[in-house]
Design a protein around this ligand. Structure first.
Ligand code: SF4
Ligand code: SF4
Length: 387
């Protein structure tokens, strides 16, 4: 890597004003029964192992809560694979966290959902790969997973949880947006995220297949607006588009090290769940307290504030809105994590976006690379199911 930041080996004094981490994302495990080709987990699956113990997680929760964290997301991989999930939820509730389970639903049973209710779990976010059973099972690479998800959605409602459904929108399923909305209404979802995939992790590997074209996005938005116009009650739909087609980047993580803290299965502490790809050395909660990491670690201070910003961000009157965009995106697209996010049309690298979006829908190779699965499947199989 050419842009390795010089590292402070020892914890240093705080150099930037810090606000507490309000959101803690606990990635309990990278193991998952599904194999989505857009998974945001690291492509390097060696990090799947060496998970924190129950008591180590409890220490993280306690320390984050003491700093003022209020929201705790249990995520993965598939967090249901952790047998101590109920114990961790109960502990987090005892500390006063609002708790959210982010799950594929695979592995959930009525017994478990009841136990999680007893533990005080507040909220469940259930992901679907598609509104079409065959496409869903193919994208997740697991037979009968759609049927299981339908059952779990019904249980989530039966146990009175607020339910968020999450549909990852890709070029493979964007044409079925109306079916997605109809299914969500039938399942009595409270909120539905129609979230176009963000290109990190496995999604970055498969971007040429997953990225919808601009006209597909426009059509999807029109379909969503038509559906909303006819709605009386029912779910609230949120459509999240990829910023690849925008002229300004997203305000990634609300600013580096201001609000969000992710802890990975092995205990790495990150300012965002993708940050491990950056040429920075990140601290581990096994070696240091959350407070020390958050306030003093070089990696957390490195992109705080605007001292690090290059031109044109440095003197830009919009720098308080988007903080120069996403560091991971800048790194993935330019090879330099310090550069202005190329999504911004003031960036000297903005031309890269057109090069990428021009290829949307062209599909240079014929297979999707599935997370951890050696036998990648032909894109044509999905196309045949969606036409
Ligand atoms: S995106 Fe798919 S493979 Fe990745 S954690 Fe979620 S369900 Fe598992
Ligand atoms: S130049 Fe930087 S700060 Fe200004 S709008 Fe673009 S990304 Fe944001």
């Amino acid at each position: 890597m050419t842009n390795q930041a010089s590292q402070a080996t020892e914890a240093s004094q705080p150099t930037k004003a810090t606000t507490p981490p309000l959101w803690l994302l606990a990635e309990l495990t990278y193991q998952c029964p599904l194999h989505c080709p857009y998974c945001s987990n690291p492509v390097n699956m060696e990090e799947t192992f060496n998970e924190l113990s129950t008591s180590q997680w409890k220490k993280v929760f306690r320390e984050a809560r003491e700093m003022g964290a209020v929201q705790l997301g249990f995520s993965g991989g598939e967090p249901l694979l952790r047998k101590d999930l109920e114990e961790l939820v109960a502990y987090a509730r005892e500390l006063g966290f609002y708790t959210n389970l982010i799950t594929s639903g695979i592995g959930m049973t009525e017994k478990r959902i009841a136990k999680l209710k007893d533990a005080g779990l507040d909220h469940i976010q259930l992901s679907f790969q598609s509104a079409n059973a065959d496409v869903n099972d193919l994208i997740g690479n697991k037979r009968h997973s759609f049927k299981q998800k339908l059952n779990i959605a019904k249980l989530v409602k039966a146990y009175n949880y607020p339910m968020v459904l999450n549909f990852c929108i890709t070029a493979q399923n964007i044409r079925e947006i109306e079916e997605v909305m109809t299914l969500s209404t039938e399942l009595k979802a409270d909120f539905v995220e129609l979230a176009t995939v963000q290109y990190y992790g496995w999604a970055y590997e498969n971007r040429e297949h997953l990225l919808p074209t601009q006209s597909q996005l426009v059509e999807a938005e029109q379909a969503i607006n038509r559906y909303r116009d006819q709605q009386s009650g029912g779910p609230k739909f949120m459509f999240v588009t990829p910023d690849y087609y925008e002229n300004r980047p997203k305000a990634c993580m609300n600013g580096w090290g201001t609000t969000f803290l992710t802890v990975t299965p092995d205990g790495s502490a990150l300012p965002c769940h993708s940050a491990k790809i950056l040429p920075l050395t990140f601290p581990n909660v096994k070696d240091s307290s959350v407070q020390n990491i958050w306030e003093h670690d070089f990696s957390f201070n490195h992109f705080r504030g605007d001292d690090w910003m290059p031109s044109p961000c440095k003197t830009c009157d919009e720098k308080d809105k988007d903080f120069g965009g996403c560091r991971c995106q800048a790194f993935l697209l330019t090879g330099d994590m310090h550069k202005t996010d190329p999504v911004c049309d003031k960036s000297p690298d903005h031309h890269l976006m057109k090069t990428i979006t021009d290829k949307a829908g062209q599909q240079a190779s014929s297979t999707l690379k599935f997370r951890t699965v050696k036998n990648n499947i032909p894109v044509k199989m999905i196309q045949d199911l969606t036409v």
